[in-house]
Design a protein. Structure first.
Length: 254
């Protein structure tokens, strides 16, 4: 079963992180939400964080992981907040098992197909030869050659950990990502439909959800709202946490 951090008591809310992320990225946000009467289940999706590694890396498989997690924790109905790849998992789950979902929040991703666009990040990660036993600062120097943005590098470095003294490893399953990166961009099936309340939050400085995507969003999610978080890019929950939290909690408490 998927690894999770569970916090608070009340209505269950699942949080699904994005590609190369993990549950730890959401600790502050989860604490705020939990104080409003929710039980937070912050998941590590397969091949990420402390969850299991698998050669199968598809949205279909990740949806079944979430279903088994809910069954294993006796969660009959949940709300879900998913960011980026986690938002796609949330959309696939909600349209496959609508009876299991109360409310849905999708952060900075749409139901459309996305071309692979993580090449620089993957190139940087693949350039790190952990068999040479570099320390954390040496790993970051290598990443810096490929990933210029400081925040993105720090995000990646959070998945670096000591498996034994002197030996670092990444928590995510890089070999499988190299082979199956195309799966991340998969679109929802044309007939996928979720008619319950859905909130799409997009970063004002992000191009993941464009105005021309609104029609497709509303075709799959006819009972949806689309709101823009100002002064934020794709990592909108980290770049403008105040507005992201405000929009999320207002929606969840409706």
């Amino acid at each position: 079963m998927l690894y999770s951090r569970i916090e608070g008591e009340g209505k269950p809310l699942l949080i699904l992180h994005g590609f190369l992320g993990m549950s730890d990225n959401w600790k502050t946000f989860a604490g705020q939400i939990a104080s409003e009467g929710f039980q937070l289940h912050i998941l590590d999706l397969r091949n990420h964080g402390r969850s299991f590694h698998s050669d199968v890396f598809t949205y279909e498989a990740m949806v079944q992981d979430v279903l088994e997690y809910c069954q294993g924790h006796n969660l009959d109905k949940v709300s879900i907040l998913g960011h980026s790849m986690g938002g796609k998992v949330a959309m696939f789950f909600a349209t496959t098992y609508p009876e299991k979902v109360d409310k849905l929040i999708v952060a900075d991703i749409g139901p459309k197909y996305y071309r692979p666009h993580h090449q620089d990040i993957l190139a940087g990660l693949n350039a790190v030869d952990l068999s040479h036993k570099p320390d954390r600062s040496q790993v970051e120097e290598i990443l810096k050659e490929y990933v210029s943005d400081f925040g993105t590098r720090q995000f990646l470095m959070k998945s670096l950990y000591w498996i034994e003294p002197g030996q670092l490893a990444f928590r995510f399953n890089l070999p499988v990502f190299n082979e199956q990166i195309d799966n991340i961009g998969e679109a929802l099936p044309d007939n996928a439909l979720f008619e319950k309340p859905t909130l799409f939050l997009r970063g004002g400085n992000s191009n993941y959800i464009k105005d021309e995507d609104f029609e497709t969003i509303r075709r799959h999610f006819p009972n949806s709202e689309i709101k823009t978080i100002p002064n934020a890019g794709h990592w909108l929950h980290a770049e403008n946490p105040k507005d992201f939290y405000s929009e999320s909690i207002q929606y969840l408490l409706k």
